[in-house]
Design a protein around this ligand. Structure first.
Ligand code: ACM
Length: 717
């Protein structure tokens, strides 16, 4: 378990510091300052941020004035922002904008439209100055103004006097120009509204690239007019028409977001072959793949007809997608079907291609020429890295920072995705800690500049339109901060504090990351009364890194409606429990800080067991919750006993510790698709209780550190 530094609340309150440059701070200082500094909820934290005492009131006479440049995109962006402001405050605000910058509450001075097709070179900078009289947002481009509007909305606060903005001076621009989210719409289809609400969420946290993974073994999701059998036979009828895609591209552009399409070739191509088996390296027929994993079907890179096909198809897509970049995938080619095909083997021999990697490099080079012809730069996964490819390609690293740095040293631009796999379900703290360019990367400034940023990946084996938002948000906001904010912004507790507020703001945009759970639990229970089930789901997390597949393999056709599909990746209850227990143990030998709250929480957990058994009588799908509810009750009982011993300052009897640790051990070994993130904290309480006698011979701080060591030794076992 990760150790946290406990900063006493009093210290936070005593400190009073003004004028903070976030990038100047060490993490611990940043925590102290953001802890008391207006307790702002800006995410990402701006490059430079100065607060001063005072407020700009936001009331029902709020108006916006546009100075200098205006266009339809900016005006629509302002209207959306005003609508959100109205919904938050309950005020009916003036429609449109005043022509009088002198009296307006928010004045926007934008110098120009920005690029007609958003690009990696877009100027996204802005400044925002909030005085008692008005807020002044200045930006060289519309995209910069849109970014600033999001900051404006995040600054809104309230107190007894009403709504207000704290007086502030902000200068902001992104650390990286490529800040993305990949959504795999193939393994599970995601309809238009899901993509749109996620684009809105992206804009709210200043992300600027939506990477749509459009073709896969399990589905071909874009209409091709030149080769209609691709989508007609490879998609179960679930694909975006070209008209819909144009709508999405315009929707994203309106929000300063690029859409980059991925056509994953030469592997991951089974769905192409359902309609076009002639492209494949092995004879068909082929069917849409319903299971998950890495598969052998791959495009035959040796036949000229294949390149004619790709030329026509990619040419069609190049005309549809305006972005300068096109992603060709290139990952996980097994090469098996190449080895088994004598004609391919003869081709390799004739061309002197030593191995499958050389054959794939030959293929990539041909594809790269096609893309060049259509004015597109190529993006691909690590595997495409090869000295023969032009240097303007982008390597998207899913294998790690090392291979990203390796590419940068060889002169390639790159983006990082390793560490940002949302489907691996690591908590926000872990994804937040991953930096595209670590301070110790060993890269020269020139090489470092080749790392354009990163993309988080929402691979879709285990997400439906119903729960996908909960796997993306709010963690994506923490990653967005990593991509935008100065490297020095790393305080995890403060990130979680702000994330909780940003998560509520994200719901304004229609995102379902909070709402989905109640609905799914009601369906599961067949009842309005789901509180015990919600409590149980709230202290569970699905196994990390697709571990669930080893327990209960599923296919594309399996409904994603069970407890494992509800439980989120970053249990708030577990985190709260852990922080409270840490504070309690730091309060040795009194053990009174948070004691009552911890007791209440444990009692609530303890009670779920009988109720869930009763509910499951009528709902067979709930029965898998029964053993988990029992385990939760047992662990809570152990923790309550530990709390009792600590409160009384009395050590438990011989054998108690071994018995409770055995229980915890048994829970950790239970075969389940879900795990209890509260488990290390329960163990810590049990060990603390049984170490009470040591308090006589140690200072409280020594004792606490001794308990932490014992508990983490136990974690490792
Ligand atoms: C990948 O995860 N195969 C890009």
């Amino acid at each position: 378990m990760k150790k946290r530094n406990y900063v006493p609340v009093v210290l936070l309150l005593l400190l009073s510091i003004q004028n903070i440059q976030a990038q100047d701070l060490k993490p611990s200082e940043a925590a102290l300052i953001t802890g008391q500094q207006q307790r702002h909820h800006l995410m990402p934290v701006p490059m430079s941020l100065n607060f001063r005492p005072g407020k700009l009131a936001v009331n029902d006479s709020f108006t916006v004035a546009l100075k200098s440049f205006k266009d339809a995109r900016l005006q629509a962006g302002i209207e959306r922002a005003v609508k959100r402001l109205e919904n938050r405050t309950g005020f009916a605000l003036a429609r449109g904008w005043t022509n009088d910058p002198a009296t307006a509450t928010l004045v926007i001075e934008c110098l120009g439209p920005g690029q007609s097709v958003p690009s990696v070179e877009e100027d996204e900078s802005y400044t925002l100055e909030v005085s008692e009289k008005q807020a002044m947002l200045r930006a060289p481009t519309v995209v910069g103004a849109l970014r600033g509007l999001e900051t404006f909305l995040q600054l809104l606060d309230g107190d007894r006097g009403g709504y207000f903005l704290p007086l502030a001076q902000i200068q902001d621009k992104p650390r990286f120009p490529w800040r993305g989210l990949l959504i795999d719409v193939c393994r599970h289809w995601q309809p238009m509204e899901v993509v749109k609400r996620n684009i809105d969420g992206m804009a709210a946290v200043k992300l600027n690239v939506l990477h749509l993974h459009l073709t896969e073994n399990q589905g071909f999701r874009i209409e091709s007019r030149r080769y209609p059998k691709l989508h007609q036979m490879g998609s179960d009828g679930l694909y975006y028409t070209q008209e819909q895609m144009r709508e999405l591209i315009a929707y994203a552009r309106d929000r300063g977001i690029r859409i980059i399409p991925e056509f994953d070739i030469p592997g991951h191509t089974t769905a192409w072959f359902v309609g076009h088996p002639e492209l494949a390296s092995a004879p068909g027929p082929y069917q849409i793949e319903r299971t998950y994993g890495v598969f052998d079907p791959s495009i035959d890179p040796t036949r000229e007809e294949v390149y004619k096909f790709l030329d026509r198809f990619l040419g069609e897509m190049a005309a549809l997608f305006p972005d300068a970049y096109m992603h060709i995938g290139g990952d996980e080619v097994t090469g098996k079907h190449w080895r088994l095909n004598p004609q391919i083997q003869a081709f390799m021999q004739k061309k002197g291609l030593q191995d499958n990697h050389a054959l794939q490099a030959y293929f990539n080079q041909r594809v790269s020429q096609i893309l060049q012809k259509y004015g597109k730069k190529m993006v691909g996964w690590d595997e495409i890295l090869h000295p023969d490819l032009p240097k303007n390609i982008v390597i998207q690293s899913w294998r790690g920072q090392k291979s990203l740095a390796e590419g940068a040293k060889q002169g390639y631009t790159g983006i990082l995705s390793s560490g940002y796999y949302l489907d691996h379900l690591y908590p926000a703290a872990m994804v937040y800690a991953v930096d595209p360019v670590r301070a110790d990367s060993g890269l020269t400034p020139e090489e470092e500049a080749r790392i354009l940023g990163g993309e988080a990946c929402m691979w879709a084996e285990y997400v439906s339109p119903e729960n996908i938002d909960s796997r993306i948000w709010p963690r994506m906001a923490a990653i967005a901060e990593r991509f935008w904010s100065p490297r020095s912004v790393t305080d995890v507790d403060d990130m979680y504090r702000r994330l909780a507020v940003v998560s509520v703001h994200l719901e304004e945009l229609g995102l379902m990351h909070e709402l989905y759970a109640d609905k799914m639990l009601r369906r599961m229970a067949g009842s309005q009364e789901v509180q015990p089930l919600k409590t149980l789901a709230g202290v569970l997390e699905p196994l990390k890194v697709l571990g669930r597949a080893n327990v209960h393999p599923i296919t594309q056709m399996t409904p994603l409606t069970r407890l494992v599909d509800v439980a989120g990746p970053d249990s708030r209850a577990a985190r709260r429990f852990s922080l409270m227990v840490e504070a309690l143990l730091s309060d040795a030998p009194r053990f009174s800080v948070y004691r009552e709250e911890i007791e209440n929480l444990l009692s609530e957990w303890h009670r779920v067991h009988p109720t869930i058994y009763a509910m499951a009588d009528r709902s067979p799908v709930m029965r898998e919750a029964e053993p988990l509810a029992l385990e939760l009750s047992q662990m809570s009982a152990a923790a309550l006993e530990a709390l009792g011993y600590l409160s009384a300052g009395v050590a438990p009897h011989d054998g108690w510790r071994a018995e409770k640790l055995a229980l915890i051990e048994a829970v950790s070994k239970t075969k389940s698709e879900l795990e209890f993130p509260i488990l290390p904290t329960v163990r810590r309480l049990v060990i603390a209780a049984s170490e009470i006698p040591q308090l006589k011979s140690m200072s409280p701080a020594e004792w606490n550190s001794h308990v932490t060591t014992l508990a983490s030794d136990n974690d490792k076992k």
